[in-house]
Design a protein around this ligand. Sequence first.
Ligand SMILES: Cc1cc2nc3c(=O)[nH]c(=O)nc-3n(C[C@H](O)[C@H](O)[C@H](O)COP(=O)(O)O)c2cc1C
Length: 420
Amino acid sequence: MKRVDDFRLRFGDKEYVPIMIGGMGVDISTSELALEAARLGGIGHISDAMVEDVSDRKFETTFVKDKTKLYKHNILNMDKSLVQFDLERLAEAQRLHIGRTMEAKKGPGLIFVNCMEKLTMNGPKETLRTRLNAALDAGIDGITLSAGLHFGSFGLMAEHPRFREAKLGIIVSSVRALQIFLRKNQKLDRLPDYIIVEGPLAGGHLGFGMEDWKDYDLHTIMAEILEYLKKEELVIPVIAAGGVFTGSDAVSFLEAGAAGVQVATRFTVTRECGLPAKVKQEYFRAHEQDIIVNGVSPTGYPMRMLKSTPAIGAGIRPGCESYGYLLDATGNCAYINSYNREVLANGGTDKGISIMDKTCLCTHMRNFNCWTCGHYTYRLKDTSHLLPNGEYQLLSAEHVFKDYQFSVDNAIALPELEAA
Ligand SMILES: Cc1cc2nc3c(=O)[nH]c(=O)nc-3n(C[C@H](O)[C@H](O)[C@H](O)COP(=O)(O)O)c2cc1C
C-alpha cells in the first residue's frame, strides 16, 4: 500500500515532498505555518491578502493608520473612487512580509505566495503589478495566482529579472479556465510551472456556481485537465486541491496522475495557523450542518464558511478608507450597495441594521470574523483529543504534515496527549 512519501513533486531537477499547504488569507496561513512546510521538504504558502495590515501587525509599520488618516474626510462618502493605494507603500509592505519570511526559511522545501486577483484594490492592474513584482524582488520561491485569475497576469511581471526563474502557478477549477489562460499567455513563451486544480470542497472562495458546486468532483476535473495537457503535449505538474483529508486521499490523486496535493483545512487547527485560539475551537466543534456555501462575499464568488460566522448579518460601515482591498476600478464594492440600500430603508442611519446578502469582507477577514473553511472541517474533531476542559488539543503543523506524508489506510494519527 502506497503512502504520500513514495511520491515526489519535481520542479526541474529538484524534488519535494508532494504536499503544498494552500494560501489562506488574511494571514491564516502564516509565515510560521509556511516555514514548517518548507522545513519538512514540502511547499508552504503565505498570502498577500491585506498585506499592509499584515505588515502593521507583524512589523509595527503604520500603513493602515496612515491611509485612514489620509482619507478620513471621505468616511461618510459612499463614493470611494479617490481612496487609492500608494503603490510605493504597497510594495514596501509586500517586500517586508515576504522578505522576512524568506530570510527565516530553513530546510529543503519552498515558500510560495498566494495572490488573489479579486483583490482589485481600486486599481486592479497597477496594484497587482506592484504586488507581483515586489514579491519577486523579495525573493519569493513562487507565486500562485488565484481567485479571479486574470489572464494577463504573467505579462505584468514579464520584465522582472526573476520572471523565468521563480515558480509561477495558477489555480483553476475547470479545463476551460486553463485553456483560456494558456491561450492568452502564448506570446509570452512562459508556461505555468504548476497548475493547482481546486475542486468544490475547498475553503475560501470557490470557482463554481452557488447552485452547481455540488455537481462537480475533483477527480473528474483533474482527469479532464490531465487529458487536455497530454493531448497538447504539455508537461506541467498538476496539484489536486479541495477535500484531500487523509494521506490515502492524497495517494488516490497521486496515483491518478497528480504531481502533488494542496491541503489547508487540516492545518487550520494547528498552533502555527493564524486564526485566534477561540476560532480554532469553533472549527474543531463544527458539525456537517454547520458548514455552508453562500454568496455574502462581495467578490461575487461563492464562499464556504461556518454558519455561525459573525460576519453574516453584520451591518458595519464600509471600512474602505482603511482597507479597500475589494474596491473595483471605479471605487465601488458590492457591500457598499447593500449597505446603502439598508441605511435608506432604515431612515438614513445604520444603527441596528443587519445586512444579510453581502458582508464587509475586508474588515471581517482582518478581524478573523469571517470563518471561511473547507467542507471537511466537521472531521477535524477526529484529528485530535477532546480535553477534560472541553477544548480540543491543538496540533503542530509538523504532526499534520507528517500524518499526510506517512499514513496509510485512511488512518489519521492522533497527537500525543498533552499533560493537563
Ligand atoms: C480558512 C481557509 C482560507 C482560505 N483562503 C484562501 C485564500 O485566501 N486564497 C486561496 O487561493 N485559497 C484559499 N483557501 C483554499 C486553500 O488554499 C486550499 O486550496 C483548499 O482549501 C484545499 O482544500 P482543503 O481545505 O479541503 O484541504 C482557503 C482555505 C481555507 C480552509
